[in-house]
Design a protein around this ligand. Structure first.
Ligand code: MN3
Length: 203
């Protein structure tokens, strides 16, 4: 039987300041993400019971909870990895890296990419995510947004990095100012990990 676990962070709750305060990160990781993991496990347990009883109606009824909580778990697990404390090099992008060069190729300039991703991410209606993805079919980088916890992989796109713009991601510090949070998150992006994810998918 599946039993998903909340992943540990590679940094302490206070380490992503000033962008995420210790309280924000603790609530986000230890409350929100943990709830997705717990709810996913609970829904899967019920699903397996329904499967044993061959109760297709029950199984179909559980799919939205599995999709929502499973997506929440998967997306947050990526999100924590592509962030890094400023003291550990967060926000620093190597202009000789493959991902930097690819971004310049696909989006004219890094600045243009940043502006476009920020604008689209800011415009997400309600809860969702902004993404840099890799389209496997036409082998290109792509800016995407998704609602709730919908997965990029469902569109055939590999997620390279993401920005969580659910209110729980920024409200405690930024209040209603989602654009400021989206601007600031670049200060704590883990470009080494983003480069790793990009290289893995293109190889
Ligand atoms: Mn979140």
């Amino acid at each position: 039987m599946s039993n998903y676990q909340l992943p540990d962070l590679d940094y302490d709750y206070g380490d992503l300041e000033p962008v995420m305060t210790a309280q924000m990160l603790e609530i986000h990781h230890d409350k929100h993400h943990r709830a997705y993991v717990n709810n996913l496990n609970a829904a899967l347990e019920k699903y397996h019971e329904a499967e044993k009883k061959k109760d297709a109606e029950k199984m179909v009824g559980l799919q939205s909870a599995i999709k929502f909580n499973g997506g929440g778990h998967i997306n947050h697990s990526i999100f924590w990895q592509i962030l890094a404390p400023i003291k550990n090099g967060g926000g620093v992008v190597d202009k000789n890296s493959s991902i930097y060069k690819a971004i310049e190729t696909y989006f004219t300039s890094f600045e243009n990419f940043q502006e476009t991703l920020n604008a689209q991410t800011t415009k997400v209606q309600g809860s969702g995510w902004g993404w840099l993805g890799y389209n496997r079919q036409n082998k290109s980088l792509t800016i995407q947004t998704s609602q709730n916890h919908d997965l990029l992989s469902a569109r055939g796109i590999f997620p390279i990095f993401c920005i969580d713009v659910w209110e729980h991601a920024y409200y405690l510090k930024y209040k209603n100012l989602r654009p400021s949070f989206v601007q600031d998150i670049w200060k704590i992006l883990n470009w080494k990990e983003i480069e790793n994810r990009y290289k893995k998918i293109i190889s």
